[in-house]
Design a protein around this ligand. Structure first.
Ligand code: HSE
Length: 437
């Protein structure tokens, strides 16, 4: 028997793993575990074996998976006392939730990529892990292959983190990139994303900002040590963004991204996902195509940025296999449940009406003397002032106003816009998009 430090290395000892699901992500995990199989003993101090895989239908399962591992019955896994780690890559709330809870209640550690589940039931899952003294790890649930959960929970835990912000949905980032670089409209860019397999047949969760919202809920809970669930996140998608908005944003030295923004403020946690103008010189402005990036500000570390592939078979498998090895090392060192739930605060969620932002505004107005003055007066009465403004004639009697406001509360801005909309000199409010501030 070898030793490494004071750890015993025993090649006869094998940690056995089961996987729930064998779709795209499961297939990637299967491949990666196989690719690294010979190195597991050196990485962990014991070997690692994938013993069983739960699938819906054995005949319909991908052919590159060893059929001897397949089962259609979860009871085969839960009742297998040799299985110490369960990887959940089924997705969805049920039966994933029940299976994960049962696995942990049976003393098995769980690695999951399931953002839909964790963003809503995170507390229940982490409490169950703690009660059973097992690990529940979920690095792959946020931003695919980009390490972010572990950096927030471990490497940056000496900081007071005040902001987590990022591009955490690859599908929408691809669509916005196509709209910006090739002048496509939203529907055309979406069709292009579907053709390439970047958007699903039903793209709602991506294009409406729900997928990003779930990731922001999970990251905020960890960054700010206070439970944030999906229902706490304000979400607004990219379906109303036009190539014209993007062109006008460019004229103001900005680009449009679907940003997740989470902040720990004096009025509570602010957490939102919406299209946002960011200056073209901001590091997130150059994150294009399907890439994701998460920007974290801590009081000691200052600004940090994590960049990479937020989805896909192998990047997601990278995060999952990293978690599996981590759990296996904990099993080997008999130190499971070392880091569980880190929500030791109970902070309020800030109302959307109380957030402060700059706003990008496009208006068609009647073009006669005094209109601009009237607009400035109405907005000024609600504390809205302009940082930048461009006016261009559209026809003989209609002009377009494109402006960015100074920082103002969402509530004040909404009231100003409600008043403006009723005025006879306003032909159309073409767009309102928040600006990063
Ligand atoms: N559909 C997601 C995206 C990946 O486009 O980023 C899985 O969360």
């Amino acid at each position: 028997m070898d030793t490494k430090g004071d750890r015993e290395m025993d090649s006869n000892k094998v940690i056995k793993v089961a996987m729930l699901g064998a779709g795209t992500v499961g297939g990637g995990v299967y491949k990666l575990l196989k690719m690294r199989q010979d190195e597991m003993y050196d990485k962990i101090g014991e070997s690692l074996e994938l013993k069983k895989i739960l699938v819906k239908s054995i005949p319909e399962t991908r052919k590159d998976v060893d059929p001897a591992l397949l089962t259609e019955d979860f009871e085969d896994i839960i009742n297998d006392e040799e299985v110490q780690i369960v990887i959940e890559v089924m997705g969805g709330i049920e039966p994933a939730r029940t299976f994960i809870l049962r696995a942990m209640n049976a003393g098995k550690s769980v690695v999951s990529a399931n953002k839909d589940l964790i963003a809503v039931h995170g507390k229940e899952l982490l409490d169950t892990a703690e009660q059973n003294h097992v690990d529940f790890l979920f690095e792959a649930s946020c931003a695919g292959g980009i390490p972010i959960i572990r950096p927030l929970k471990q490497c940056l835990c000496g900081n007071h983190i005040t902001e987590v912000m990022g591009i955490v949905n690859g599908t929408t980032n691809y669509i916005l990139t196509k709209m910006e670089k090739e002048g496509m409209e939203f529907e055309e860019a979406l069709a292009n994303a579907k053709e390439l397999g970047y958007a699903e047949a039903d793209p709602t969760a991506d294009i409406e900002g729900l997928d990003a919202g779930r990731k922001m809920a999970i990251m905020s809970s960890i960054a700010f040590h206070s439970r944030v669930t999906f229902g706490d996140v304000y979400t607004e998608g990219i379906t109303k963004i036009t190539s014209s908005d993007i062109r006008h944003a460019k004229a103001m030295d900005c680009t449009i991204k679907l940003l997740g923004i989470a902040r720990d403020t004096e009025k509570g946690i602010e957490v939102r996902v919406h299209p946002t103008l960011i200056p073209t010189n901001h590091p997130l402005a150059s994150v294009n195509d399907v890439f994701n990036a998460v920007f974290v500000h801590g009081d000691a570390v200052d600004d940090t940025m994590f960049y990479g592939r937020g989805a896909g078979e192998m990047p997601t498998a990278s995060a999952i296999v990293g978690d599996v090895i981590d759990v296996a090392r904990n099993i080997h060192c008999n130190c499971l449940a070392r880091i569980g739930c880190t929500c030791y605060k109970n902070l309020p969620i800030k109302k959307m009406a109380d957030i402060e932002s700059k706003y990008f505004l496009r208006l068609l107005v009647k073009d006669y003397a005094g209109v601009l003055g009237n607009i400035a007066t109405i907005l000024g009465n609600h504390s809205v002032s302009f940082e930048k403004l461009i006016q261009t004639p559209v026809t003989d009697d209609v002009a377009e106003i494109v402006a960015i406001t100074d920082i103002v509360s969402e509530d004040d801005f909404k009231q100003a816009m409600d008043e403006l909309r009723g005025k006879s000199f306003i032909e159309e409010v073409s767009s309102i998009i928040r600006v990063y501030a």
